[in-house]
Design a protein around this ligand. Structure first.
Ligand SMILES: Cc1ncc(COP(=O)(O)O)c(C=O)c1O
Length: 447
């Protein structure tokens, strides 16, 4: 049972804290009071160092789409490993993955690889600034785009600081962020067409780009309102600002990503997660006129020099290609059908338990909310009162029933999951919510 002070995971965390701040290298693996240390993963399931098994409904925060240790990816990587992992040379593997992505997505004319989604977003922002010669970036309140200063603005703003709903105040996330970062970031409320238009118009001449995730997880994963998307496209185009899509997560919604599915064409797209087949990856893709900022045209230095020691390393390139080649239209349809079943199942669960709740998400993604207030953007989704504690209890109850979800209720399916796995997820979910609610009542919370 979790937590168990005598477990191997608890013991490892004690060791870890002596050498790693907080015991980890990414806060997103922390669970209170100690993170689970994984020993192995196979398909839809992982086994921890104590021998407990969990259905993985987190999938490394949506990066794993085929399931763990997929044989085709293993073969591709093993064959590459025996020939070397990373070189100070160009490789055919890089060309092949670039060709695959550009052939699949009409608005990808050129692509440049890097090593993470953070790096992809940062590089896309630099490209937009270089292309337009403008300093400002607009982003969605509550939107997560990685750990780069400008795009972290208002990631976690609260009622004390967030200002008016139609013109959110830019609130720093990390300590030490200079005021200049706030001055260079415009914060837009998701799904508010009038406010987005007014803010983009107000900053128009100085705006380099609007950064947009069309299914933002930290904003609660509400569906994007077509009128809001129209407003962004119309006002950004009018202002001469670029549209940078963050498809780091939402690329898993269809063979050519979510923007293509929505019939929208961005100028640039930041990619990561599934395109690396389970290995560290990032990429910026888009129209060649803009992507040329990365090119040394006429022998001159590129306007935006971009690269890193492990950019387009051979292991990531072959793994990404092996993974994407398995992701045909039928695979995305299957994921969408599975996702629909899970979202419907959890909605029915909330009804059955007479528990206020709602489920957002799309395709293979879902997010559970322990409340039923209308949810259009960040301020509606942000947990209130006892809601965070409730989701924390649900997370723990799920662990003890063999399901691993994010601590804030976002879930993600993989193609390795079977119908029985989805039954397990829904059964464990119902039991977990019932137990979490009973425990909350027992402690007097939520009364
Ligand atoms: C929408 C979005 N953008 C960017 C990032 C950053 O990607 P990475 O963790 O690979 O740096 C993430 C990570 O979860 C994300 O969800």
């Amino acid at each position: 049972m979790y937590p168990d002070a005598s477990s191997r995971s608890a013991e490892l965390y004690e060791r870890a804290r002596r050498v790693l701040p907080d015991g980890v290298s990414r806060g997103t693996v922390l669970v209170n009071p100690y993170p689970i240390y994984v020993a192995s993963g196979a398909g839809a399931w992982v086994t921890d160092v104590d021998g407990n098994r969990y259905l993985d409904a987190n999938n490394n925060y949506t990066a794993i789409i085929l399931g763990h240790a997929h044989p085709t990816v293993i073969d591709a990587v093993a064959s590459q490993l025996s020939r070397g992992s990373a070189f100070s040379f160009a490789t055919e593997a890089e060309v092949a993955l670039a060709e695959l992505l550009c052939a699949r997505v009409p608005h990808f004319e050129r692509i440049r690889f890097c090593n993470s989604g953070t790096e992809a977003v940062m590089t896309a922002v630099k490209a937009a600034r270089a292309f337009t010669g403008r300093p400002l970036i607009a982003k969605i309140e509550g939107g997560y785009h990685g750990a780069y200063d400008h795009v972290e603005v208002s990631l976690d703003a609260g009622p004390d600081t967030w200002g008016p709903a139609s013109a959110p105040t830019g609130v720093p996330y990390a300590a030490g962020v200079p005021d200049s970062v706030l001055a260079e970031t415009v914060v837009l409320p998701f799904n508010d067409a009038a406010a987005a238009t007014a803010l983009i118009e107000a900053h128009g001449e100085r705006l380099a780009a609007v950064l947009l995730d069309t299914l933002p997880s930290r904003v609660g994963m509400p569906a994007p309102d077509p009128a809001f998307l129209d407003a962004i496209w119309t006002s950004a185009r009018k202002a001469g600002a670029l549209i940078v899509a963050d498809e780091v997560i939402s690329f898993r919604l269809g063979p050519a990503g979510n923007l293509h599915r929505l019939g929208r064409t961005p100028d640039l797209t930041a990619l990561a997660k599934i395109i690396g087949g389970g290995f560290p990856v990032g990429a910026v893709a888009g129209r060649s006129e803009v992507m040329d900022v990365f090119a040394a045209l006429d022998g001159a230095r590129p306007r935006v020099p971009a690269g890193g020691t492990f950019s387009a390393n051979s292991v990531t390139m072959v793994a990404g290609r092996a993974c994407l080649e398995l992701l045909d239209a039928a695979a995305f349809e299957r994921l969408a059908t599975m996702g629909e079943r899970v979202r419907r199942g959890f909605r029915a669960m909330f009804d059955q338990l007479s528990q206020p709740g709602q489920v957002t998400g799309d395709g293979s993604l879902f997010r559970l909310h322990p409340h039923d207030r209308p949810l259009r953007g960040y301020r509606d989704a942000r947990p209130q009162g006892e809601e965070s504690a409730m989701m924390g209890r649900v997370h723990r109850e799920l662990l003890n029933r063999g399901v691993y979800l994010t601590t804030y209720g976002m879930g993600c399916l993989s193609l390795a999951m079977t119908d029985e796995d989805l039954d397990h997820l829904l059964d464990a979910g119902q039991a977990a919510f019932a137990a979490a609610r009973a425990a909350g009542r027992g402690s007097g919370a939520g009364r």
